[in-house]
Design a protein around this ligand. Sequence first.
Ligand SMILES: Cc1cc2nc3c(=O)[nH]c(=O)nc-3n(C[C@H](O)[C@H](O)[C@H](O)COP(=O)(O)OP(=O)(O)OC[C@H]3O[C@@H](n4cnc5c(N)ncnc54)[C@H](O)[C@@H]3O)c2cc1C
Length: 433
Amino acid sequence: MTDQPTPVPHIRIVGGGIAGLILATRLGHSLGKRGRARISLVDKSATHVWKPMLHTFAAGTWNIYQQQVQFLAHAHQHHFEYIPGELEGLDPAARRIHLAPVEVEGERVAERRSLDYDVLILAFGSRANDFGTPGVLEHCHFIDNQAEANLFNQRVRALVARSFVHGGDIDIAIVGGGATGVELTAELTRMVELASSYGDGAMRQRLRLTLLEGSQRILGAFPEAISETATAQLRALGADVRTGVKVVGADEAGFVIDGGERIDAALKVWAAGIRAAAVFEGSGLATNRAGQILITPDLMAEGSRRIFALGDCASLTPDGAERPLPSTAQVANQQALHLIRHLPGWLEQGVEIPPFVFRDLGSLVSLSDYDAYGTLGRFGFFRGGLIKGRFAQASHAVLYRRHQLTLHGLMRALLLWLADRINATAQPPIRLS
Ligand SMILES: Cc1cc2nc3c(=O)[nH]c(=O)nc-3n(C[C@H](O)[C@H](O)[C@H](O)COP(=O)(O)OP(=O)(O)OC[C@H]3O[C@@H](n4cnc5c(N)ncnc54)[C@H](O)[C@@H]3O)c2cc1C
């Protein structure tokens, strides 16, 4: 692919996740469509999914293929270019990014290449962090992207099928009691419950789910009352929730915890910690220990005037705050909307980008169809309140529908919702084959 110089500024966005795809879509309409800038989006994947939903694909309680957005088609409809590629380095002085070779279904379709930019926006997200724990990379599943969620789902289906035929245990252990680990535990329970109800009613009793958390409570980012209720709910569902345990290793047969105790499991998931998805040795960008790019309140990489970073791959500590903003969908979404509003003025009139101010609208955690809990945040209508039950479940679903609305507009978002409703009545609620 040749990279022609352009008469208008070229804004390259790397990562089409929650922040990057909203940005590319909206800037495509405000700048790309009118020829005021060229917008391109680089992503190593061909499709976008709402990442907070990955655990449902992993458990098979939601169909991944119905929910993904094809970058190529979406780019065509929204006036930006999609470029397949994985960022592996960047050279701010030369204003170039370096992409790894691209392979599709095992076949090489593009060689290693470098592309230039006028403005670079990094939004390549994060991954779980194994903290160098021996055996984790080799023996554990991660649920950080579609491919990993899909691979895990294949293994779960095989385990369920084996239990169906031979009556063996379905033993799964998950490390990390944050939202991902907790939600995955509930979805897996729901999946086996439904599979069990189709035939072998005893299969539900053969599910052995263990959730391991290093700190003293699960859902550490939520108020204690929510942690306690969620723990009680998961235990009532049959999960073994263990807090204050340090995992020191993983092997073929399970996890080893501090003190030598073993937790045996056929399937092991690592859903703890966070680190930036790409690391740039020698790029000159300042990063923290998790590899996240340090940014200033105008969302620019520290020391740079042309590189922005947002979402999980960036770390911003607001003035006067002791801690950086959390790595959440809400922060990524608000940062993208901030740039959508202010980037055109900065680009065309040199107007400074005002400091980003995070409005905490609360957080939600969903325990599949069983329950959901949340806080309403400091800016919601019922400030700081706790919610649970149907209202929390509906609020959780609304977050995804709002993301679809931002990406597709009202009509298409409504059609997608309708298609989901029809599918939900016409198709089984779980994926078994
Ligand atoms: C299972 C799960 C459940 C979650 N639940 C919640 C929740 O309930 N609430 C909440 O607020 N947050 C939740 N999160 C966290 C939330 O998903 C993230 O905070 C959010 O997705 C960050 O958005 P982002 O745009 O920064 O990155 P992402 O949405 O992760 O997107 C990153 C994009 O960059 C691409 N990419 C990565 N590396 C490269 C590279 N080197 N080159 C090119 N492209 C690259 C990826 O393919 C992806 O498209 C959850 C996360 C997981 C995994």
